[in-house]
Design a protein around this ligand. Structure first.
Ligand code: TXA
Ligand code: MG
Length: 339
């Protein structure tokens, strides 16, 4: 299949890409669209056959439910069977934005979207392109991240084209994703609500709205024993092809000694640092990304994609500050490092 790649950087290109994406989505096709978190692989959420194609294209296990994207409170209400008061409070505080709310599903949502489950994840994204497409279509869009299952999520159109090019009719280029990691997922069917996946809407911010919360950290500890509430909690997930290690070092010599201990030659080792910057000699590459949680989140997946593309054997990421603002990034990197 020939994959069309459409730009959106002028008003005319943006409008033309919205029309083309909507046309394909109405016809039951699957297309890759930008969102502010990561790029999504979208289909009409009300069309079971179209959503089935998403699973096929991603190689996604049938037990992993897909988030539904909306652009209004009314559209969210059409997807759910219950809308508690706390959902309105969260909507006011965080939508549009990188927060997914899990609620009892409406009959209108096909079972395949929720992997047979009784709940549905709903999100109102802030990226203007996907908003315009949803409004043009008039139906909600089911969209997981636009990557083959278990790989690193794409944060630009080129990441999508490299892995899904030839498998989908359209990739829309909406620039670099501004959040850079996947949305926070909060389950509102438990009392108190449970954070199933941490994200850049931090637990501290959620707590200010919900009053009480079961933290994702507790969930991860439980995940080994109990049935998984959210397959995104699988320990190994979001992984690059290369091995990944989170390390702290005093200086170059200390870093080199630790890498030697891991049995990887320096020439196959890519360093991603933010505070104690090593000199480049002896490593394949040293990159520096800002010591600021938001800027770091925006940049980290592109770093992982680039290291893989250049054939890294080991990616060493400098250990992150142990602060609430960095927790979601730490969650993704620890999963990527799990083996
Ligand atoms: O930021 C995002 O959420 C991106 C963009 C495209 O919106 N989407 C995304 O989708 O990351 P995906 O499928 O890669 O991750 C969705 C996560 C998975 O861990 C899934 O198990 C969980 O959300 N999830 C979806 N619906 C759920 C539900 N009804 N109950 C529990 N977990 C759910
Ligand atoms: Mg994903």
């Amino acid at each position: 299949m020939n994959t069309e790649l459409l730009s959106t950087h002028t008003a005319a290109l943006f409008a033309a890409a919205v029309q083309r994406a909507a046309e394909l989505l109405r016809a039951g096709e699957v297309v890759a669209l930008p969102t502010e978190t990561v790029y999504g692989l979208a289909a009409n959420a009300l069309n079971a056959a179209a959503v089935a194609r998403i699973y096929e294209i991603k190689g996604r296990p049938a037990h992993n439910p897909i988030i539904v994207h909306v652009t209004s409170r009314e559209m969210a209400l059409q997807c759910v069977a219950e809308w508690p008061a706390v959902a309105d409070e969260l909507l006011k505080a965080f939508w549009p934005g990188p927060l997914t709310m899990v609620l009892p599903k409406a009959a209108a949502i096909p079972d395949i979207v929720t992997a047979g489950g009784a709940t549905v994840g709903v999100r109102w994204p802030s990226h203007p392109f996907i908003q315009a497409v949803i409004r043009e279509c008039g139906f909600p869009l089911a969209a997981p991240s636009a990557n083959p299952a278990n790989q690193v999520s794409p944060t630009n159109a080129e990441h999508v084209r490299k892995t899904l090019g030839g498998k989908i009719p359209l990739v829309v280029d909406g620039g670099q994703s501004q959040v850079g990691i996947e949305s926070t997922v909060i389950d509102l069917t438990s009392e108190p609500p449970t954070v199933l996946r941490p994200g850049m809407v931090h637990e501290e911010s959620l707590l200010a709205v919900t009053g009480d919360l079961i933290s994702s950290q507790k969930m991860v500890l439980n995940a080994g024993g109990k049935a998984l509430r959210s397959p995104g909690l699988l320990k190994k997930h979001y992984a690059p092809k290369a091995r990944l290690a989170l390390l702290e070092w005093r200086d170059n010599a200390d870093l080199r000694a630790q890498i030697a201990g891991l049995g990887v030659p320096g020439s196959k080792c890519y360093i991603v640092s933010h505070t104690t910057i090593p000199t480049g000699d002896g490593f394949a590459h040293v990159s520096v990304i800002p010591h600021d949680a938001e800027a770091f989140a925006r940049a980290i997946y592109a770093e992982l994609h680039r290291c893989d593309e250049e054939g890294a054997e080991l990616i060493v990421v400098e250990a992150l500050p142990d602060l609430p603002t960095w927790r979601a990034i730490g969650d993704r990197l620890r999963r990527a490092a799990a083996s």
